[in-house]
Design a protein around this ligand. Structure first.
Ligand SMILES: Cc1ncc(COP(=O)(O)O)c(C=O)c1O
Length: 314
């Protein structure tokens, strides 16, 4: 028996109907009666003291319970009334009066979110509504092409409310970050379902994507951004030893010096590269994904090339 079935009894409406709505108004848990009563009792009996006797912290406590569902950590969730208002809270952090004022959105976006961003035109925003041309799927190529250097925000749903289509959010995030735009990912339909998947599992199963070309120590984008802040990385014009994926120029190298011990520093070369889609039979490159990976290079040939360049310069 499915172990989740033991929870059915907690939702009274399931005794009387098949209830498929999980978002707009989910099935009410029976525990709500007791919780609402306890809340009203606190208000009635403790009055204003109820705030410091638990209400202030309640939103943080509830947020901590939600956190694992979306891969967040304790203390990272801020609770608000609804998604559109959250978009408004986030959008209020940005200034649309400068040259970077474009908002890229799909016409399959949830309507109230579209209404909200269209209204930001009054504050200087330009809205590019990318027509999907399809009632089900996002046209990813067209969407990515709309994200350019003038883009400030990209509000996008991970799962489209209209069709349940799962959007390749990673490709959008990679593209947006490459041009300095921010993504606001709405996981309203995805939390607890699509979100449980690892990034690589969420790929199209037909695709073979290679992310280790030259060995090296891989790091995620967050680590790379942090490293960029901690040490100054200078672009390197060294050409990589030719390999299937490297001779197409789809990579960027930079170097920096990191402290490895007290008074001991080491030069590292960091590679930022687009992941190729490969033919697994002969490892030939079929094309380039919009996904980026980052690694600290360990191939001695790169360091040797760097030294040679330095010596030639001297
Ligand atoms: C993807 C998505 N975002 C947002 C919402 C709801 O927005 P709000 O909470 O502002 O009503 C929905 C509702 O179905 C949705 O499917």
């Amino acid at each position: 028996m499915d172990e989740l079935l033991k929870w059915r009894g907690e939702f009274p409406i399931l005794d009387r109907s098949t209830y498929l709505i999980s978002n707009s108004l989910g099935a009410m848990p029976r525990g709500v009666y007791d919780e609402m009563r306890a809340y009203a009792d606190s208000w009635a009996e403790r009055g204003v003291r109820a705030w410091e006797e638990g209400w202030w912290e309640m939103a943080v406590g509830v947020g901590d319970k939600i956190a694992p569902l979306i891969g967040a950590r304790a203390g990272e969730i801020s609770l608000h009334q609804n998604v559109t208002l959250i978009q408004a809270v986030i959008a209020s952090c940005f200034d649309f009066r400068g040259p970077r004022n474009k908002i890229v959105m799909t016409d399959l976006e949830f309507p109230s979110i579209q209404y909200f961003y269209h209204e930001q035109r009054r504050l200087g925003a330009r809205v590019e509504l990318v027509a999907s041309g399809d009632p089900v799927r996002l046209n990813l190529e067209k969407f990515l092409a709309a994200i350019d250097e003038s883009t400030l925000l990209v509000p996008i749903s991970l799962v489209l409310f209209r069709s349940s289509h799962i959007v390749d959010a990673q490709a959008i995030i990679d593209r947006a970050h490459r041009v300095g735009a921010h993504v606001i990912l709405d996981v309203f339909q995805a939390a607890g379902t699509a979100l449980a998947k690892d990034k690589d599992e969420a790929e199209n199963p037909e695709d073979s994507i290679l992310s280790y070309n030259l060995g090296g120590i891989r790091m995620n984008e967050a680590a790379f951004r942090k490293l960029e802040q901690e040490i100054s990385l200078v672009p390197l014009a060294v050409k990589l030893p030719a390999s299937a994926a490297s001779d197409k120029g789809e990579y960027r190298l930079s170097s920096g010096t990191v402290p490895v011990d007290r008074d001991i520093f080491r030069k590292i070369v960091v590679r930022e590269s687009r992941m190729p889609r490969i033919n697994v039979e002969d490892f030939s490159v079929l094309g380039w994904t919009d996904r980026t990976y980052y690694e600290v290079c360990t191939d001695p040939a790169i360091y040797a090339a760097l030294e040679k360049k330095k010596a030639a310069k001297a």
